[in-house]
Design a protein around this ligand. Structure first.
Ligand SMILES: Cc1ncc(C[n+]2csc(CCOP(=O)(O)OP(=O)(O)O)c2C)c(N)n1
Ligand SMILES: [Mg+2]
Length: 354
């Protein structure tokens, strides 16, 4: 056994069994949800772009378990797992992907724009880096209003090459804001590897010029992620000390569900999936340490399958948004009788086959 594997096993043995079983259940829910989403996309139930969290389950569950209900989360467009792990019901999340009225964003946002204000889940942003300055603004608001909690700015590795990232780091440190920059380092920004896109491949160092502390964390180890987030979260909240977390993982599929992933060697991808599968690794360690038996793994799989099937049924049986509501939830004044608006309505009707 490697040193890392020994340490991982020892950490599991120190942990309470109920907590470990809960993490496994959540990680498997994320896994099955994304697998079925991929299937629903092929069946044309889901339109637009769609990005999956496959391979990132441990980093998501570890992060979310370390947060409190006061905390706020801003993410990129690869966010299905985050809102699920935040405890939002799978049905309205799936319904949002299906563009239905019952979706978390009323069917107006889709896969990249999941949102739930009550859960402090501030969404899904499609513009790379767009969420980062917004998260800094929210952290400023918490500090200004003297409220408890921290803000998490989740992003991908390639996002650390965007200018707004550095402006955000500067203000976060300068103003001593309660914020964590949670970088999901899945090795790629679309078809560009970290080594090709970033002059500093160790992303935890990218706050150096701003005197921001950074750490690299194994994103396939749920306990390692949770413990790092807990520790850094506390410093952010109590001392106004922001931090960068460079959380490594392996991207199981192409960038989005329609990416054929031709720029990666197929054998290397197969090997990567075997080596870095956080769900399988966790199941193996729980079984080897005697914390769970095969029956538990089987029951959990059945339970999760049912939950995701229920979410799909809910989404399928939900109504489409109504035409009369086309201009609700908008900042601009509705102008439903202009020729442009009538064209838009006709286009949607044609799409729906009406
Ligand atoms: C400002 C901007 N530039 C380019 C794009 C196109 N784009 C979408 S995702 C992406 C890659 C981002 O990769 P990363 O930050 O590593 O996140 P990941 O997809 O791996 O989660 C790019 C370039 C965009 N959406 N916004
Ligand atoms: Mg990436």
């Amino acid at each position: 056994m490697t040193k890392a594997a020994e340490a991982a096993r020892a950490a599991v043995e120190r942990e309470d069994g109920g907590t470990l079983r809960r993490y496994y259940h959540q990680m498997l829910l994320l896994r099955r949800f994304e697998e079925r989403v991929s299937e629903m996309y092929v069946k044309a139930k889901i339109g637009g772009y769609c990005h999956l969290n496959l391979g990132e389950e441990a980093s998501i569950v570890g992060l979310m378990d370390a947060l409190t209900p006061d905390d706020y989360i801003f993410t990129n467009y690869r966010e299905h797992g985050y809102i699920l792990a935040r405890g939002v019901e799978p049905g309205p999340i799936m319904a949002e992907l299906f563009g239905k009225e019952t979706g978390v964003s009323g069917g107006r946002g889709g896969s990249m724009h999941l949102f739930d204000a009550k859960a402090h889940f501030m969404g899904g942003y499609a513009i790379v880096g767009g969420q980062v300055p917004l998260a800094v603004g929210a952290a400023y608001a918490l500090k200004y209003q003297g409220k408890p909690g921290v803000v998490v700015a989740q992003m991908g590795d390639a996002t650390t090459n965007i200018g707004a990232f550095y402006e955000s780091l500067n203000l976060a440190k300068l103003w001593k804001l309660p914020i964590l920059f949670f970088i999901v380092n899945n090795g790629y920004g679309m078809g560009t590897s970290v080594e090709h896109g970033s002059s500093e491949p160790n992303l935890s160092k990218k706050g150096g010029a701003f005197r921001i502390h950074g750490e690299r964390i194994d994103g396939t180890n749920v306990l390692a992620v949770r413990d790092a987030v807990r520790r850094l979260r506390q410093k952010a909240e109590e001392e106004g000390e922001p931090a960068i977390l460079d959380v490594t993982s392996f991207r199981f599929r192409g960038h989005s569900v329609i990416d054929a992933d031709r720029y990666r060697d197929a054998d290397a991808v197969r090997r990567g999936r075997e080596t870095f599968d956080p769900v399988r690794k966790f199941a193996a360690i729980l079984r080897d340490t005697g914390i769970v038996e095969d029956a538990f793994l089987k029951e959990t799989a059945e339970l999760v399958d049912r939950m995701v099937q229920d979410a799909i049924d809910f989404a399928n049986n939900s109504p489409e948004p109504k035409f009369e509501d086309m201009y609700t939830h908008m900042y601009a004044t509705p102008v439903p009788n202009t020729p442009d608006a009538q064209d838009a309505i006709r286009a949607v009707k044609i799409n729906r086959g009406e």
